[in-house]
Design a protein around this ligand. Structure first.
Ligand code: ADP
Length: 188
């Protein structure tokens, strides 16, 4: 576990499973269909149960009939999870880095935090969005993710004191180490 405080918010990194987190929300690295998938998405739907999928279906019907675009974020119940809410965001697919990947990955983090702030949530856990099936190199993605967090905490007055903790839950030791390196680079 590695953490620091920035503008009244604790930013913490830990190796673990996002399913187990007791933060008010966890973020899902969804695909644009919002209909579940592999990796962390499948794990969240399995553990959270059918009520998450029902709300995803409603969101598709009412708000995003063509699917949720990369960089956007929406919120549903957490169902049977310890977290009360799941914030679903769609990461960019890595195509070499010249296709707007960085901007979209930053938007994922900024929009997920905005959704959490609108709901007045105090704590949120993120996985390493886009670094699994979507192929974004974790050494780069970790920097983009933490810079986006810093930008949000710098720019949104509501963020100051609004969010008590932003947590990154990394599945592998290698991913955890990449995030620790990025945290030191971005915040020191
Ligand atoms: P994407 O399609 O956005 O790349 P993936 O789910 O394939 O999403 O992978 C994103 C990251 O989530 C990867 O680093 C993967 O190791 C990690 N991951 C998979 N399952 C879990 C889990 N239960 N908790 C936390 N991280 C997970």
């Amino acid at each position: 576990m590695y953490s620091l405080d920035y503008n009244c918010t604790k930013i913490s990194l830990l190796q673990g499973d996002i399913i187990d987190q007791e933060t008010e929300a966890i973020v899902n690295a969804a695909n644009s269909s919002l209909m579940g998938g592999g990796g962390v998405d499948g794990a969240i739907h399995r553990a959270g149960g059918a009520s998450i999928m029902l709300q995803c279906l409603q969101i598709r019907k009412k708000e995003w009939p063509n699917g949720l675009p990369a960089g956007e974020a929406v919120i549903t119940t957490g169902g049977n999870l310890r977290a009360r809410y799941v914030i679903h965001t769609v990461g960019p697919i890595w195509k070499g880095g010249s296709s707007g990947e960085e901007e979209k990955l930053a938007s994922c983090h900024e929009n997920s935090l905005r959704v959490a702030l609108v709901k007045k949530l105090k704590s949120v856990s993120f996985p390493a969005i886009s670094t699994g099936a979507y192929g974004y190199p974790v050494s780069l993605a970790s920097n983009v993710a933490l810079k986006a967090v810093k930008k949000t905490l710098d720019s949104e007055p509501v963020a100051k004191g609004g969010l008590h903790e932003i947590r990154f839950v990394l599945f592998t030791l290698g991913d955890y180490e990449a995030y620790v390196t990025a945290m030191k680079a971005v915040f020191h």
